[in-house]
Design a protein around this ligand. Structure first.
Ligand code: GGG
Length: 351
């Protein structure tokens, strides 16, 4: 029987609720043919309050020994500033293991009424490929003259040819497996250096993919078009910041931010990839047991698929779609009254 070493970081807020519920679903999906060897790491904001750091000094070395990482959520505002939580845990992991793309499916599930009039599952079905280690989240910058009236803050976006090219190439390859359409998102009318460079790289890589149709959109136009005509999007590639913002819009188009998952994929297959819901720690509903576990369960299905357990991953997705189609056991974000646990239990029954 195959055995997978999985580092589990429930993290903060609803992460501590959706992760255990999702682990049970994944266990049920692989029962009898694979062993999921979980190691739960109690890192996050509670750990920060006890130790002054979001993870131990050798945290990245510890994670290196696992096949994959399963993360819930990070963020505990206002007790810990958001940039401390993100830069203390998630962003260092993405950088250390070169998790170069963040794959985020945006898909209206059957039975869910999205917010768009006359748009159903056949209209909302796209996958974002988010640049994941540099861009606006590169961490280049600083503050000078701190605390003075002439204080200056710099946050420099970084776009390297090596990185942009491999991210764009990943997106083209993905488009080939789908409807063969790629939308590249920039703001190259206003951002005249890096984003013009991005457009240039897309045009260069496109030469290798004559079978894939390419559309370039400015990020503001893309936001409007996602609402007006979501069917125009298939695979979408964008910078770290733009794709992060647009996938929250995507979550809204799906009917809830409790639905979209994400896969942070390592360029080097020897290093652990990380799987997480798109949503954060949701402090407003944390501790009530009503967070929607579907995004985390879906992320878990992506993780099983990545590990080669494709049949189990497909069964989980079929069960999620059966759950939304019957529409009886849903959490409050989708208009239901069910708890996190009840949704997970129903998915297990449907498996
Ligand atoms: N699911 C992990 C989480 O807490 N995400 C919230 C967040 O703000 N993430 C930032 C990012 O994905 O770059």
């Amino acid at each position: 029987m195959k055995r997978y070493r999985i580092a589990v970081i429930p993290g903060d807020g609803v992460g501590k609720e959706v992760i255990p519920a999702s682990q049970r679903v994944l266990e049920a999906a692989v029962a009898g043919h694979a062993e999921l060897a979980w190691t739960v790491l109690p890192w996050g904001s509670d750990y920060y309050r006890q130790t002054g750091a979001m993870m131990p000094p050798d945290g990245l070395e510890i994670l290196r020994g696992f096949d994959v990482i399963y993360l819930g959520a990070v963020g505990d505002p206002p007790r810990v500033p958001d940039h401390v939580t993100l830069w203390g845990l998630l962003l260092p992991i993405r950088k250390a293991f070169d998790l170069y793309v963040n794959v985020r499916p945006i898909k209206l599930l059957p039975g869910i009424t999205g917010p768009l009039r006359n748009k159903g599952p056949e209209h909302v079905d796209m996958v974002f490929v988010r640049e994941n280690t540099e861009g606006e989240y590169a961490g280049a910058g600083g503050r000078v003259h701190v605390g003075t009236p002439y204080e200056v803050a710099l946050e420099t976006a970084v776009f390297s040819r090596f990185n942009v090219e491999r991210v764009v190439r990943y997106a083209f390859e993905l488009a080939r497996t789908r409807r063969k359409h790629l939308t590249s998102i920039t703001k190259s009318n206003a951002q005249q250096h890096a984003m013009v460079f991005w457009d240039t790289v897309v045009a260069e890589v496109a030469q290798d993919y004559p079978d894939v149709e390419v559309t370039s959109l400015l990020v503001d136009a893309a936001a409007a078009l996602m609402v007006r005509a979501p069917e125009r999007f298939d695979v979408v590639v964008g910078s770290n910041l733009f794709a992060d913002i647009l996938t929250d819009l995507g979550g809204a188009l799906m009917g809830s931010l409790g639905l979209p998952p994400s896969a942070n994929l390592a360029y080097d297959p020897q290093l652990p990839s990380l799987f997480e819901p798109v949503h954060g720690s949701a402090p407003d509903i944390a501790g009530r047991g009503v967070a929607n576990p579907i995004a985390t369960i879906w992320a878990g299905a992506m993780m099983l698929d990545h590990l080669g357990e494709t049949e189990a991953a497909n069964r989980i997705m079929t069960a999620i779609e059966a759950l939304t189609t019957e529409g009886k056991v849903l959490t409050p974000d989708l208009g239901g009254t069910a708890t996190t646990e009840q949704v997970a239990e129903r998915i297990i029954e449907l498996l």
